[in-house]
Design a protein around this ligand. Structure first.
Ligand code: ADP
Ligand code: TRP
Length: 331
């Protein structure tokens, strides 16, 4: 039997190249060796996103983005978190095994409290119970499928460890393997994709290259990448250039060697380097963009794919919920 890989994606922003290289591509690669369960974490997003139009639109965009990037819904159980109510029963079951102190230590909550304290506000200002108990819902997402590995960014490792802690508390109490202990996997080689201004590409910095914009907008965005003032003639160091760093993700070794040589020789301006980057990114994204636009234009088709995913997920999750009920004497 194949091992199980699971990850959740919050629909909180337009997908960008950092999401694609850092999360989407590596997670899709894992579907070759693992039985994958990937989902849109809309109830996690609800804690910070209260605009219904945005919730609907971003859920659609993120789901279409994964499918257009190559996720095969026949092979992967791909669903929307809110369509599997059994997850919420497991969340309540896990609540009884989650100490409040553990939640106090969660990074996202701690950061919020610290920011509030620094501003002289009430420590819990703007903290809702969904945000505070965020790691419990996430633990349910993970534990419900007996997941072996959880591909995530570094910032989420602590949450996966909390899921393991909660599972251990359950197993220790009932003296049996009620829940499987999961493990986080972090893709180290693409840890940080740079944005337009050299900082980490992130929606919070407004420095993103969108994954599915038009070809024209893609070129325009890449041309806005910040560079130094070296003239066309001056030799340039490819290893110090974010333009080259991005190019590496979208080209072969031969192409990289050839372009690195042109950087070092001098005679190539930043405009030309950016054009080479645009060509390479566009080559990979053009067919995906077409697929994305087709999926976005067919909302009923997309809903059907997600409904089929939920139908596959629900009995799997129900089995875990029932295993817990039995162990707990609630049956
Ligand atoms: P953002 O930083 O734009 O808010 P999220 O935090 O929603 O992005 O990230 C979603 C996923 O994409 C996470 O797994 C995260 O690790 C990955 N990711 C986001 N930005 C980058 C980046 N610049 N480089 C590599 N991975 C990234
Ligand atoms: N918390 C994750 C994030 O912010 C999203 C998420 C929700 C998740 N449930 C999950 C990730 C379960 C992995 C496993 O990116």
């Amino acid at each position: 039997m194949k091992k199980i890989s699971l990850t959740g994606i919050k629909p909180t922003g337009t997908l960008h190249i950092g999401n694609y290289l850092g999360a989407i591509k590596p997670a899709i690669a894992l579907t070759e060796q693992y039985d994958a369960r990937y989902f849109i974490a809309d109830y996690h997003a609800l804690n910070m996103m209260k605009d219904p139009k945005m919730m609907h639109e971003l859920t659609k965009e993120v789901a279409a983005g994964w499918l257009a990037s190559g996720l095969d819904p026949e092979k992967v159980v791909f669903y929307q978190q809110s369509s599997v109510p059994e997850t919420l029963e497991l969340t309540i079951q896990l609540m009884a095994f989650t100490s409040k102190g553990l939640m106090n230590r969660a990074h996202a909550y701690k950061a919020k409290v610290q920011a509030n304290t620094e501003k002289g506000e009430d420590p819990d200002a703007g903290v809702n119970m969904g945000l505070y108990t965020y790691p419990v819902l996430m633990a349910a997402d993970i534990l419900q499928f007996d997941s072996d590995v959880v591909p995530v960014g570094k910032d989420q490792v602590q949450h996966v460890e909390m899921a393991a802690d909660i599972a251990q508390a359950v197993n220790a109490n009932y003296k049996s393997q009620v829940l499987k202990i999961p493990q986080a996997v972090v893709q180290e080689d693409v840890a940080v994709v740079p944005g337009l201004d050299g900082r980490k590409m992130s929606k919070s910095y407004g420095n993103i290259i969108p994954l599915f914009c038009s070809e024209k907008e893609l070129r325009k965005t890449i041309m806005r990448m910040v560079t130094n003032s070296q003239s066309v003639e001056e030799p340039k160091d490819p290893d110090k250039s974010d333009i080259f760093a991005l190019y590496k993700h979208f080209s072969t070794k031969e192409e990289q060697d050839a372009l690195a040589k042109r950087y070092r020789e001098g005679g190539m301006g930043w405009g030309e380097a950016k054009e080479a980057l645009f060509q390479a990114i566009n080559r990979e994204l053009a067919p995906k963009r077409e697929k994305y636009n087709a999926i976005m234009a067919d909302e009923a088709g997309l809903q059907k794919i997600l409904a089929e995913g939920a139908a596959k997920a629900r009995p799997l999750v129900a089995a875990t919920v029932n295993r817990f009920r039995k162990a707990a004497g609630i049956d």
